[in-house]
Design a protein around this ligand. Sequence first.
Ligand code: FES
Length: 165
Amino acid sequence: MHLASTLLAIIAALTLSEAFLGLKSPGHLPFRRLPSLAATVPVGSVTELPPGERKVVDTEAGAVIVTNVGGSLYAVLAKCPHLGLPMKTGVIAIEGGEPTITCKFHNSKFALTDGKCKAWSESVFGIKGTEGIAGFVGGFGGAKGSPATVFPTSMSEEGIVSIEM
Ligand code: FES
């Protein structure tokens, strides 16, 4: 009951802010690829990122997750394009041979290669039976199927990993 009340309060706040105050949720920001900041942001030594690890780096664009999936490095903005909530602890996996990150709030899923949306607002906190609520909540924030923002990564001869922004 407490969860339902909280969800209704969030939905009401979003509705009020968008419909009556003219405010835009973070989901309306351009998420696919931010305008180039022409910056190379150092992440650290590749030895800090063995397969299965992730590191969150603060950048001008916001927190960026850099992760090693199966020996390949990927960088994705740690802000979900649905409601703009943090994805720092999102579930990273390989599905259908493709590396993905899944937001824990409503289980939206994105390819780490190009940010493409693979699933949009499927459930609430992964709780079975919340699919209907998630479908409703999925109508708020970013447009359905919005992609996550991904960045290229690079590595110097010394093994220093960077994000290219
Ligand atoms: S905020 Fe990420 S799926 Fe809703």
